[in-house]
Ligand binder design. Sequence first.
Ligand SMILES: NC(=O)c1ccc[n+]([C@@H]2O[C@H](COP(=O)([O-])OP(=O)(O)OC[C@H]3O[C@@H](n4cnc5c(N)ncnc54)[C@H](O)[C@@H]3O)[C@@H](O)[C@H]2O)c1
Length: 324
Amino acid sequence: MKTVVTGGAGFLGAQLVARLLDAPDRVGDDRASRRVVVADRATLALSPDERCTFIEIDLGEVAAPLGALVQGADAVVHLASVVSADAEIDPERAWQLNVEATRRLLGACSRSAPGCRFLAASSVAVFAHGETPAGEDTKEVPASTYGMTKVVLELLVNEATRRGQVDGRIARLPTVIVRPGRPNLAASSFASGVFREPLSGIDMGLPVAPEVAMVVIGQRSAVAGLEALLAVPADQLGADRGVNLPGLEVTVADMVAACQRVGRARGLSVGAIFAAPDPAVAAIVASWPSRWDDRKARRLGLPADRSLDEVVVNYLDDFGTRRG
Ligand SMILES: NC(=O)c1ccc[n+]([C@@H]2O[C@H](COP(=O)([O-])OP(=O)(O)OC[C@H]3O[C@@H](n4cnc5c(N)ncnc54)[C@H](O)[C@@H]3O)[C@@H](O)[C@H]2O)c1
């Protein structure tokens, strides 16, 4: 069983790689015979495990050796991406990586790993903000360059699936919290910062108003959801391989309250949270859905968070209060 994970050195990728290696034995997939190839342009410090190899590669390069990368793969998980605020700054780079590199990767799979499972990460940003929950039947009208590139990525995966080139699946992720380490260039970065910084005793400026509503998913459920979606039998997915991973509908005020509650319960000295409006971030976040229809994911049995508090507890248990 060979699985290639692009962006495997990133936030979700590194955790997914660990899960893929550690998952219990299944019929035709015993732990000892698993091979995971991490493909990223950033290096990943791997714990010594002969089943896992790291390949440094810039997927945005037209000449990137994708055929050799996916040769004989049973599954490809495609997470490498230009993220939201970065895509607004540099739309050309977002198109080159999120669309063109995805198209080339799918082509490489059809030639060098025909029929392999191909799981791509999409986003809540493919939908516009609306009054009704955004779900599988909602027209995708993205309000950002990032969202637009993810819509095209979804079409490419569905098309390659229809043509029998890959067995595609698309995970539409709500904003994933809590990301450890440093803030990144996603417009949603504050949604992790609002937990991570105060729980490390650092004050946190909020770029959006407390009443702003959004859909979030805990990092454990996001990673477990990717792994579970990869394992779903193809005949349960339908022609549209997109699935909204289960999310929690919350306000920023809910997030602040959960942070303070869990921090207090853990006896931490929680940093202050203050208003620091950023109209550019606020505009992007306001364009995303705050209502979420995840019935397809729940029908498929994908894991869901029970509460924000549980998500914060999981973060502290997995990453502690270190800021990276
Ligand atoms: N984290 C979230 O809240 C969230 C929400 C919705 C969707 N997603 C999607 O999930 C996926 C993973 O997100 P993440 O939070 O782990 O992102 P991340 O930024 O932590 O990781 C992305 C990885 O891709 C790598 N990468 C970027 N450009 C590359 C290139 N040209 N060649 C090779 N590797 C490259 C980066 O080095 C990084 O390790 C992305 O596709 C993202 O769009 C994430």
